[in-house]
Every structure is written in structure tokens, then in C-alpha cells.
Ligand binder design. Sequence first.
Ligand code: NAP
Length: 253
Amino acid sequence: MEKIGKRFEGKVAIVTASTQGIGFSIAERLGLEGASVVISSRKQNNVDEAVEKLKARGIEVLGVVCHVSNAQQRKNLIDKTVQKYGKIDVIVSNAAANPSVDVILETKESVLDKLWEINVKSSILLLKDAAPYLQKGSSVVFISSIGAYQPQSSMAMYGVTKTALLGLTKALASEMAPDTRVNCVAPGFVPTHFADFITKNDAVRKAIEERTLLNRLGTTEDMAAATAFLASDDASYITGETLVVAGGIPSRL
Ligand code: NAP
């Protein structure tokens, strides 16, 4: 981390679901590179704790409670950002839910709705609210998953919502060009709370490591580095793309 640059000096970045895990590391990375970061999640105490951690690292940060499927809280997230910083340069849409391990045809309708609502629809609605404030040269990054390419049976419908983000990336890249670039990161397996049920099982973890060319799980910092690249001007000629960050787990040619 000592050698990172300052690609986000003067920029304002919103990261959803960013009080722990991948979202937190993305906020930290963008902040260390000079961005004013706006972090959010469902629980006030998680927001407060994460704000303190980022401030302790010298990062300019605003924390706002935002359950991404709550319209009022989404609007408040954008309003508070604009009131404090006056504009938006980067949005990282990172929130997701995986409420069930049922196979698709046994998944309850309410669960199907929740998956669509949190993993896809909320991202679209947040961007609708943010659109008037997005600057020329701004950038959106969706967080998908390696499971977008080959949904695993224990999380198949979750995988399908992540596949939808690949299409959304293409469609919005076209719709928001040339002023805003839209890209996507597809993480492999990263030991976070979200992935506990996979990465804390020794046999499953070993099996994943064995089919990962780089022989290890990913880190939240790996995901943050890739996201920061796509959000930065280093990627100023890249839009509509998904970067797989999965240590070589097969995705597509
Ligand atoms: P995580 O460590 O469990 O963190 C989840 C964060 O999201 C927390 O800050 C949580 O805080 C917040 N959150 C949860 N539900 C929310 C909601 N409805 N609205 C707003 N905030 C919410 O998860 P993670 O592993 O970093 O996952 C982040 C993203 O990476 C997800 O899109 C996931 O699909 C993707 N991903 C993860 C992996 C992996 O192996 N970990 C692999 C592929 C893709 P509160 O509890 O306070 O809300």
C-alpha cells in the first residue's frame, strides 16, 4: 500500500455496501489515492466504525446509512454526497445478497424477487438518482462474480443475477457514453463474511485453491486494486468491460 499513487485527487467516490469486506477495501483504496469517499451500509454502527477506521488512515470520508433496496435511503445517499462534495465522479455498486442455497426451481418467489431487487435493480435505481450529478469523465464499476460465467449449483440464481450485471455493464456503457464509463469486476473467491459458508469449509476451500491457477483465494485488496484501475483515468479508454479477478479460475476465452 505504501507505493500506491494518487489517481483520485479531487474526485468524489460512492461505494455501496462498504463497511466491511470488498466494499470497504475499495473505499479504502480510493481514499488512500486521494478520493473523498462516501461509504454506506444498512447498519448505523457499522457505518460509524468504518468511518473511524478510514479517518484513522487519513481518508476524507462521509458515512451514510443506505440499504440499497430502500428508495428513500438511496436518494439520501446521493443528496448527502452532493450537499457535502458537490458532485460525483465514481460509483462502485457493490451490494449483493445471496439469501438461499436452493436450486433455481425450488427457490421461493420472494427470494427470487429479493435477489433481483438487491443484486440488479437497486444498482439501476441508484444510478438513476446519481445521473444528474455524474461528471464528464466519471466512472461506474459493478461488482459481479466469477459465478456470473458458470453459476454454481449452491448459488445458481445468485450467479444468474451476476450474469445480468455483465449485460447491464454493456448496455449502460453504451447509454452513458461518452461522459461516463461503465465497467465491471468479477471476483473469484474471497474470504469475507459473505463467503464464509464456502471459504470456512476446509474441503471446499482446498478444492477452490486447487482449481485456481495462482493457488490461493483472493483478497479484498486484490478486488480493490482492480476496481480502482477501472475507475481511474488509467482505464480512460475502457468501457463496457468486465475484468475477472479470480486467480485464473476459468471464466471465458
Ligand atoms: P461482506 O464482506 O459480507 O460485506 C458486505 C457489506 O455489505 C457489509 O458492509 C454490509 O454491511 C453491507 N450490506 C449487506 N447487505 C446490504 C444491503 N442490502 N444494502 C447495503 N449494504 C449492505 O461481502 P463481500 O464478500 O465483500 O461482497 C461484496 C460484493 O462482492 C458482493 O456484490 C458479492 O456478490 C461480491 N462477490 C464476493 C465474493 C466473495 O468471495 N466474497 C465473490 C464474488 C463476488 P451491513 O450489514 O451494515 O449492511
